[in-house]
Design a protein. Sequence first.
Length: 279
Amino acid sequence: MESSVKLELQKVANRIRRHVIEGTFCAKCGHPGGSLSAADMLAYLYFKEMRIDPKNPKWEDRDRFVLSKGHAAPALYGALALRGFFAEDEIKNLRQIGSMLQGHPSMRLIPGVDMSTGSLGQGFSTAAGMALSAKLNKKDYRVYAILGDGEIQEGQVWETAMFAPNKGLSNLTAIIDNNNLQIDGTVEEVNSPYPIAEKFAAFGWDTVEIDGHDFDQIEMAIEKAKASDKPMAVIMKTVKGKGVSYMEDVCGWHGKAPNADEYKTAVEELDAAYAELCK
């Protein structure tokens, strides 16, 4: 990847993280940890990869994105706002009564959201349905879904894992955000899904394991998915709470908003990192 392109994506990812902190602080609730870990992939998909049009969110030939781990909505909202689907000031209304930005994405309320999600596992199933629709209707759009590593403990995920190769859904890419933490511990402690890549491969998927904070590796994985004749599972190793020092790899930040002092520290860190990128 060209250094100039990578730099711009790093800036976008930083601003997505800034919106995650802003939104959850204003809401006094939400899920910052797993939102921060997914920010780099969202930056890549929305600002480099996906064929979308913010002025025409329901464009029939657009690529589709499903946030199957719907509680990471603050990161998706940050990406959508930065991409121009709605005003960035809306982020401050996260989870407020009457706001379109609720705790989980709503395709009825929010421009750019392709599927309402929240119940874990269901988003992945609908993504497979979208991919099948494209195949049946001879459309060339692609479908991307981000799942949590805790989410893949759900049985419905493995029904979809069996379904997608059987239907030849080479236009479907599953991205597993493997930050190794869920709401009440490590994924190994709760109900280990490991080895993730080998399990998807056993169902007939192509797989690749990457550093989910490395844009060169992200690009390699997405290009590999586009070239494959099978559905692709991208297992991205990430850090929960990435970009905010006191949140990184701390289970407690799965579903807790920062207080005023914590907000100040997070904003200072993210803004300092952004200033470095702009030098």
